[in-house]
Design a protein around this ligand. Sequence first.
Ligand code: NOJ
Length: 521
Amino acid sequence: MRSSRSVALSGVVLVAISLLSCSHEAVVSDIYYGVSNYSFPEDFIFGVSTAAFQIEGAWNEGGKGESIWDTYVHEHPEYTPDKSNGDIAADSYHKFKEDVQLIKALGVKYYRLSISWPRLLPNGTSNNISTDGARYYRNLFEELLKANITPIVTLFHWDMPTPFMDLGGWSNPVIVDYFVDYARVAFNLYGDIIKTWTTINEPHQHCYQGYGADYFAPAIKSHGVGEYLCAHYLILSHAKAYHLYEKEFKPHQKGKVGITLDAFMGIPKDPRNFEDVLAVRSYLQIHFDLYAHPIFSAEGDYPTFVRQRINNMSLAQGFARSRLPYFTAEEVKIIRGSSDFFGLNHYTTYLMSPSEMEFSWSIPSMDHDAQVRMEQDPHWEKPGTEWLSVYPEGFRKLLNYVSDNYGREIPIIVTENGVGDKGQLKDYDRISYFNKYLYQLLLAIHEDNCNIIGYFAWTLMDDFEWSDGYLSKFGLYKVDFDSPERTRTPKLSVSSYRNIVQTRRINFDRYKPLPNKLNHF
Ligand code: NOJ
């Protein structure tokens, strides 16, 4: 618990000043002068995150097998707006030593990265471990440790080996055992030096966009059925991998295993309208608690609201059974409590109100099940990516939602938070975003008593941003994708983030975006 860390808010001078001129490239709506009196606890974990497919490249080197993302973007080059793929990406496979130095320059002591399942196990199965793949990750982890940076490793960040997809991927129950086999290989190979694991990154986005829609690979559009099958076996896979570690590895390796969930926050479009308040609840329960409740609640299993809603909708739609599968009593038990921390990714917030049908929905679908219309306030800044408007207060609300619903005992690690830019080095909007969101996190720690122990900025460098290809740029470092060297250049946010990490405070002056203040950076 963080109660001892609460300090009184005193002397925080926040002066919001509207910019008179909007001509400068980095327009922010308000600027805060002064230093926050709240500081991040001494042992607070600051880090930066990446994912294998988004940065590694070397898609077929060292015996690597294909992942669903390789296969999908090769077969559908038109899928990304720039017709790109992850074949070379930021070429981190070859440049990992340089990347370790970039992480070091950020001043962070933690790096969250993922293992590419098909790089380690080319066919996905544990009977064939790639020597090159195994060596690559060993070298990378050792290089990080040499630089005094602790790697935190995700087993699955969306790049499933293609042969499993041919069998239905997460919708096929057999995947559970194969995922556990993969986890065993990773724990065996690296558990001596890796002490924090996350099993799966953002199961919701993966299942919702990839199984329910065609926005992400595998793009199977099995809306209303596929998302829930995917969620079901993925939650089970996570729990079984957790217990494998508990039983066979934890006693001697003494590490921790968790999962990373994602959530957009919702706020009622009209806070005085109870229907809008209910819409937020419906959204969060169907899109977030569906995953969180079985793992983190005291009672386990899917939330009652979700179970009833999907059962009723399925019935009304003439299905012979609920589209949401059932866990057995034994499964409920093994899933409940199967995470040593709450990994949380958060980027943005939506205004929510009830809706029976929207133009973009399919029937059945998760969207149609939730019956929630989502929009963003046009006044919120939108620095780089269509779906991402800046609403920092939503972050604090989400941290409170997690703490209120799942307790203050479970430590929360914010495993991703960040914003896209349009390719400029002077990324004032990102500096502003990190400062504002981190300030909300400080408030959640000190004023709301939320048990938040870490924060990872997304992301180290520009990368393959899934369906946006290389057009969305979330990196602290710019990558020149036109140069064969994939040259990295620090953006202004590098020194700003380093300053927060080193001082453990937010210095609001550092995001004043006026040219004559550039020496601040
Ligand atoms: C969350 C995902 O985990 C990550 O891969 C992605 O790049 C960011 N969101 C930004 O969209």
